[in-house]
Design a protein around this ligand. Structure first.
Ligand code: NAP
Length: 278
């Protein structure tokens, strides 16, 4: 049986560290979470972020907009938050409704307050290995691996999934740390061959059991980003945990792996934004 990379336990430890830091601050760090529409998954993610933020003593403003709200109104509000010195971080919960030009909305966030690291400027910093704000999920992967003292330099890392939100930022952040990174996607011809040769395999797809025992080999670390709601309402990742965990050296569970680390990372970014602005 492989070692479990327990993101839940780690996130509790890191929460204590963050809470201690925040207790020492005169002004509380404040995060604005913008939600457009009323997607059930977004409601859950935001609830988790609010609960974590409040637990560590940060201030959270959850700003909800109906899905037919004018883009210009949201952009205008974001610009006001940019000017408001009591606000240190602004993020938009994704996905936004399809009728929105979400790039325009994201680009209106001041890069210094862009705690999700999704503005063009912060993406360019990541691209150039001058990281400012690494997007929360990618940062969550890094923190998890770092906390477990898993060396990245020189390692063969295979990422399955190439989205702008997860796969691509993770690819850049890992490359910036000296890993040799391969990114797989729908058109990858022989997925098994690619995944098997990884030292560290990361999956961010959104398909339960995509990664089976045939895709892995002994000695590997497996980081499962996928969050899939099954018919029985249980949450599963992309990896067939039961079988894969009998083969590999270490593995993240879902839930309780990268998910909690992503929330921690958002608030680590908030404290970084705070330091830049105060
Ligand atoms: P996404 O935008 O739908 O991207 C999925 C990626 O998977 C795409 O790049 C796609 O390839 C690739 N893919 C689909 N089928 C494949 C297959 N059969 N073989 C290989 N690659 C395949 O999803 P996302 O936003 O990146 O999210 C991915 C998963 O992570 C979801 O389950 C999401 O809920 C979860 N997630 C978790 C966290 C967390 O904190 N743990 C945070 C964010 C997202 P193409 O590009 O070729 O289409």
């Amino acid at each position: 049986m492989s070692k479990i990379l327990d993101g839940k336990k780690l996130s509790n430890l890191l929460a204590l560290k963050l809470a201690r830091k925040i207790r020492g601050l005169k002004i509380k760090p404040k995060l604005v979470i913008i939600q457009i529409g009323d997607l059930a998954e977004s409601n859950t993610y935001i609830r988790n972020k609010k609960a974590f933020g409040e637990k560590i003593g940060a201030e959270i403003l959850h700003k909800r907009y109906r899905k037919n709200t004018k883009e210009s109104r949201i952009i205008n509000d974001i610009k006001n938050y940019n000017r408001d010195s009591s606000v240190h971080g602004v993020m938009v919960q994704l996905p936004a409704p399809k009728n929105f030009d979400i790039e325009r909305v994201l680009e209106s966030i001041d890069p210094k307050k862009d705690v999700d690291g999704l503005t063009a400027i912060n993406t360019k910093h990541l691209f150039d290995n001058h990281e400012a704000f690494v997007p929360a999920t990618a940062r969550g992967i890094l923190s998890l691996l770092e906390e477990y003292k898993i060396r990245l330099t020189g390692k063969k890392i295979v990422i399955v999934g190439q989205s702008s939100l997860v796969g691509r930022p993770a690819m850049l952040a890992l490359l910036n740390r000296g890993a040799t990174v391969t990114v797989c996607h729908k058109d990858t011809e022989d997925l098994e061959k690619e995944t098997k040769r990884a030292d560290i395999l990361i999956t961010a797809v959104g398909k339960p059991n995509l990664i089976s025992r045939k895709h892995v080999s002994k000695g590997q670390m497996v980081v499962d980003i996928g969050i899939n709601v099954l018919k029985n309402k249980k949450i599963a990742g992309d990896v067939d945990f039961q079988n894969v965990s009998k083969i590999v050296k270490a593995i993240t569970p879902v839930p309780g792996g990268v998910g909690p680390m992503t929330v921690v990372s958002l608030f680590q970014n908030l404290l970084k934004a705070y330091a830049l602005q105060t």
